[in-house]
Design a protein around this ligand. Structure first.
Ligand code: TUI
Length: 312
C-alpha cells in the first residue's frame, strides 16, 4: 500500500507509531518498523543519553527505517535535537510545541521532519518553515491534546497545505485508516492500539485497563492551565479535576502528576498513576504482536477501499 508518506519514509505500510512517553522505546519501535510501519522512539522527558542508547538498541533489532519523536516541552529537547543528528536519524517527529529553532540543523542533516500539529495555523507555519509532512492530531488522542477533532482537523489541514498529512487521534483499525484516506490523509499515526502490542514493555495492568475501557472512559485534565491531557478516568484524574475546580495553581497540579505516568506504565498502578490513552481505547480489545496489528489493519482497510466502489 504505497502513498506519498510510504515513499517519503521508505516504509511498506502507511502506519506510524506514536512517540508515546515511557511506551515508545526500542522494543516497540523496532517491532513496528520490522512489521513495515514506522516505529518511533519517544524522547518525552528523558535525558539525551537515554535516547542515544534507545536509538542504538533499536538498530540492533531492525535495519528498517525508524524515527525519534522530540517532545518540545522537555528540558532535554535541545540536547535530543542534537543527538538525532549525531546518530544519523532519518525521521524526526515533534510534539507539544513548534520545532522552528531546530529546523535548519535538521534539514542540513537531511532529516525528514514531521511536526505534530493540532491546528491549521501551526500546520501552515510548519510548511513555511520547511517541514516535509505534518501529523494532524485530533483531540481524541491520548496525552497532551488540542481542541479540534480528527474529523474536522484533518480535511482542513489537507486543504491548507501542500505537503502530505498524516491523521492521528481516534484511529485504531482498518476503518480508521480508510476514513483517514477519505479525509485526504496519506497515512495514520496510532498510539493506543500499539500500547497493548506484545512487544510493548507497558505493565500488563495498564494494557488490561485499555482493553477493558469503554467509549467514555477517558477524561481531560489541565484545561484550565492550557495544558490539556487525556487519560483514562481513575482516582488520579478525579483528584486532579477536584483541585483544578478549586482553582489550584499550575505548579501545584504539576506536582500532583509528577512521576505518575511512569507509575502507571512501569509499575502498573492504574489507580493512582496517569493512564494516558485515546478515546479509541474502547475499540481496542485484544493484545497482538505489532505485525498482527499492522497486517489486520491493512487487510481491513484494503477490503473496505475495494468495496467502496459499490456505494456509487
Ligand atoms: O505531544 C503530544 N502528546 C503528548 S506529549 C506528552 S508528555 C506530557 N506529559 C505530561 C503532561 C504534558 C505532556 C504526552 N502526550 N502530541 C502532539 C501534540 N502537539 N498535541 C498537541 C500539540 C501541540 C499543541 C500546541 C503542538 C503545538 C502547540 O502550539 C505550538 C505553538 O507554538 O503554537
Amino acid at each position: 500500500m504505497q502513498t506519498d508518506i510510504t515513499k517519503l519514509l521508505g516504509i511498506e505500510y502507511p502506519i506510524i507509531q506514536g512517540g508515546m512517553a515511557w511506551v515508545a522505546e526500542h522494543h516497540l519501535a523496532a517491532a513496528v518498523s520490522e512489521a513495515g510501519g514506522l516505529g518511533l522512539i519517544g524522547g518525552a522527558n528523558a535525558p539525551a543519553d537515554v535516547i542515544r542508547n534507545e536509538i542504538r538498541e533499536t538498530r540492533k533489532l531492525t535495519s528498517k527505517p525508524f524515527g525519534v519523536n522530540v517532545m518540545l516541552m522537555s528540558p532535554h529537547a535541545e540536547d535530543i535535537a542534537k543527538v538525532v543528528v549525531e546518530e544519523g536519524i532519518k525521521v524526526v517527529t515533534t510534539g507539544a510545541g513548534s520545532p522552528e529553532k531546530y529546523m535548519k540543523m535538521w534539514k542540513e542533516a537531511g532529516i525528514v521532519v514531521i511536526p505534530v500539529v493540532a491546528s491549521v495555523a501551526l500546520a501552515r507555519r510548519m510548511e513555511r518553515t520547511g517541514a516535509d509532512a505534518v501529523v494532524a492530531e485530533g483531540t481524541e488522542s491520548g496525552g497532551h491534546i488540542g481542541e479540534a477533532t480528527t474529523m474536522t482537523l484533518v480535511p482542513q489541514v489537507v486543504d491548507a497545505i501542500d505537503i502530505p498529512v498524516i491523521a492521528a487521534g481516534g484511529i485504531a483499525d482498518g476503518r480508521g485508516l480508510a476514513a483517514a484516506f477519505m479525509l485526504g490523509a496519506k497515512a495514520v499515526q496510532m498510539g493506543t492500539r500499539f500500547v497493548v502490542a506484545d512487544e510493548s514493555i507497558v505493565n500488563e495492568a495498564y494494557k488490561d485497563r485499555i482493553i477493558a475501557a469503554k467509549d467514555i472512559d477517558s477524561a481531560v485534565t489541565g484545561r484550565s492551565h492550557g495544558h490539556p491531557v487525556r487519560s483514562l478516568r481513575n482516582a488520579m484524574t478525579r483528584e486532579y479535576s477536584k483541585l483544578e475546580a478549586e482553582g489550584k495553581s499550575f505548579e501545584e497540579l504539576e506536582y500532583l502528576t509528577l512521576g505518575t505516568l511512569r507509575k502507571a506504565v512501569i509499575e502498573g498502578d492504574i489507580v493512582h498513576g496517569t493512564v494516558m490513552a485515546g478515546q479509541i481505547a474502547g475499540l481496542v480489545s485484544k493484545k497482538q504482536s505489532a505485525k498482527e496489528i499492522i497486517d489486520e489493519i491493512i487487510s481491513e482497510a484494503t477490503n473496505l477501499l475495494k468495496n467502496a466502489g459499490s456505494l456509487v
